[in-house]
Structures are given as structure tokens and as C-alpha cells.
Design a protein around this ligand. Structure first.
Ligand code: NDP
Length: 282
């Protein structure tokens, strides 16, 4: 039987409708949530991502503060800008679009963002909160993936979860979130010996690598929940995930499409984190 597709676009739309209502309730109390999006340089993909985030903010009732800085911005000038946004009481969330141009120290910039405004969840304090179980913002993509898994109704406790990829923004926080949900978690990466032996055991499989179609149907346990985080643009312009959809669909129990799976959830979670920050301010 073909996998049930997890419609991230529809789920994100539903979540955003709920956020819109919460934003309106805040506005009635005189508070407009504000998200500052900092973009340094002219990277084409980053410009598209930033524009999409600004549009999503507007549609939800969140004020978006666009901070566009030239590619030759110095570390000092960027840090001054972050400090100013930290001190701006009308800004509830600060997002620095990555990657930064070469020569700028990403770690130092992210570390400057006040954790209460770290709606991307990349600050070491937010990551530490996830590790220790303390309160803090969860990074948006893994948070969105968890919500998609929850919506399948498949309980996570006691399940074998395998995450392929160990980046700080997706793989590692995803693994920690699944662990928090009492799954038994394996993290695979580029040095993993016999990747398929691990993925075939997975009741929940999350692919976050950036290699088109690398997870094929024969690597998937029949009936598994498969979450495809990958976004890969092929030479012919098509965008595909890390999971080979054609061979995975007949095997998986649930599967996210690309596009239309995890991507829309990432933005919805960013809006949700910003709104939560504003609600705390209110
Ligand atoms: P990174 O490049 O930072 O990390 C990729 C990970 O994949 C690394 O941990 C790497 O291992 C691992 N890897 C590479 N090759 C293999 C292999 N052959 N077998 C197993 N593991 C391998 O990528 P990101 O985590 O930032 O992103 C992953 C994908 O998700 C990308 O396609 C990106 O575009 C997409 N993405 C999508 C988002 C969305 O909203 N849908 C948001 C963020 C990312 P090692 O650590 O050993 O190098």
C-alpha cells in the first residue's frame, strides 16, 4: 500500500491560521509581535528565504523588521546591529540569515542574540536547554518535523528513530527532540558504516543530508514514518528531497513530499516562536 503523504503545506496553513488569531488577540492588547530578519550580502537564495519570511510575517500580523546590510559589513558593525535589536523592546525575535559572508564569525554573532529573542533556536543556551530539558526556543525545522510526526498519530515512545545528518541546525536538535519524546535514537552521518543497516531498523526516519534521492525504498522499514528535510535543486530546476520518492512511497507508512512537506513547517514554527516571545512580553 502506498504511503500516506504528510501534507506539510496544509498543516502549516492550519497552524498559521491559529497564529493569526493569537496575533489579533495580542494586537487587541496593544502589542504587535516584531521579528527582525538580518540579511548580510546579496546571496540569491538567502534573499528569497528572507522575502518569504517577511511575507509570512505580514500575512500573520507580525511586524517584520528587515535589516539588510552590505556584504562588506564588518564583524563589529554587525554585532552593534544585533545589540541594538536586543535592546529594541518592539523586537521579539531576531533571526540572522545564514550563511554569513566569508570573514564574518557566525558563532560570535549567534551568541550575541539574547536567548529570549533567539527564535531560530541556534544560540548555545537554546541548544543547551534542549539537551538538559530546560525551557528555551526549539530550532524551527526540527520542531516542525516533530509536529509532522505527531500528526501521523504514531506514538514515539519506545520506537526506533534514525536521523541521517548531524548538523547543528537540523540533525542534532532533531535527534535530541526525538530522545525527549522517548524514542531510541541513532544518529548517522558521513562516516557511518552501512547506513542502510541503520535506516532499515527505523520506525521513524528523518533524512537531513542534502543529497538528492540518497534514501531509497530498499533502505526503509515497511510502514515507517519518513520525514524528508532535504531541499536539493537539480540541474533541470526541479526541487527534490533526500528521499527517493518513487521507491520510498510504496514502502513507507507515512512520507513527507518535497516540496510541500517540512519546508512550510519551518516558517510556521518561526512565526510561532516569535509570537510566543511577544506573548511573554505582553
Ligand atoms: P549540512 O550540510 O550542515 O549537514 C549535512 C549532514 O549530512 C552532515 O551531518 C553530514 O555528515 C551528513 N552526510 C553527508 N553525506 C552523508 C552520507 N553520504 N551519509 C550520511 N550522512 C551524510 O546540512 P543541513 O543539516 O543544514 O541541511 C540538510 C538538508 O536539509 C539540506 O538539503 C538543506 O537544504 C535542508 N534543509 C531544509 C530545511 C527546511 O526548512 N526544509 C531547513 C534546513 C535545511 P558529517 O557531519 O559527517 O559531514
Amino acid at each position: 500500500m502506498a504511503a500516506t503523504l504528510i501534507d506539510g503545506k496544509a498543516i502549516a496553513r492550519e497552524i498559521r491560521e491559529g497564529l493569526k488569531a493569537r496575533c489579533a488577540a495580542l494586537a487587541a492588547r496593544g502589542v504587535t509581535p516584531g521579528l527582525a530578519v538580518v540579511l548580510v550580502g546579496e546571496d540569491a537564495a538567502s534573499q528569497i528565504y528572507v522575502r518569504n519570511k517577511e511575507r509570512a510575517c505580514k500575512a500573520t500580523g507580525i511586524r517584520s523588521v528587515a535589516v539588510r546590510l552590505p556584504a562588506d559589513t564588518t564583524q563589529e558593525a554587525l554585532e552593534d546591529k544585533i545589540r541594538a535589536l536586543n535592546d529594541d523592546a518592539t523586537v521579539d525575535g531576531i533571526l540572522v540569515q545564514l550563511p554569513l559572508p566569508a570573514g564574518l564569525d557566525e558563532r560570535r554573532v549567534l551568541a550575541l542574540i539574547r536567548p529570549e529573542k533567539d527564535v531560530d533556536g541556534f544560540h548555545v543556551q537554546s541548544m543547551g536547554a534542549l539537551v538538559t530539558g530546560a525551557a528555551g526556543f526549539l530550532s524551527c525545522t526540527p520542531k516542525g518535523c516533530l509536529e509532522l510526526i505527531r500528526r501521523t498519530g504514531v506514538p514515539l515512545a519506545g520506537k526506533e528513530a534514525v536521523v541521517v545528518g548531524r548538523s547543528n541546525i537540523v540533525g542534532k536538535p532533531m535527534a535530541l527532540l526525538l530522545l525527549r519524546e522517548n524514542a531510541t535514537v541513532t544518529v548517522c552521518h558521513s562516516r557511518t558504516a552501512d547506513l542502510a543497516a541503520h535506516t532499515r531498523r527505523a520506525d521513524i526516519l528523518v533524512a537531513a543530508v542534502g543529497r538528492p534521492g540518497m534514501i531509497t525504498g530498499d533502505m526503509i522499514k515497511p510502514g515507517a514514518v519518513v520525514i524528508d528535510v532535504g531541499i536539493n535543486r537539480l540541474e533541470d530546476g526541479r526541487v527534490v528531497g533526500d528521499v527517493d520518492f518513487a521507491s520510498a512511497e510504496p514502502v513507507a507508512g507515512f512520507l513527507t513530499p518535497v516540496p510541500g512537506g517540512v519546508g512550510p513547517m519551518t516558517i510556521a514554527m518561526l512565526l510561532e516562536n516569535t509570537l510566543e516571545s511577544a506573548e511573554k512580553r505582553a
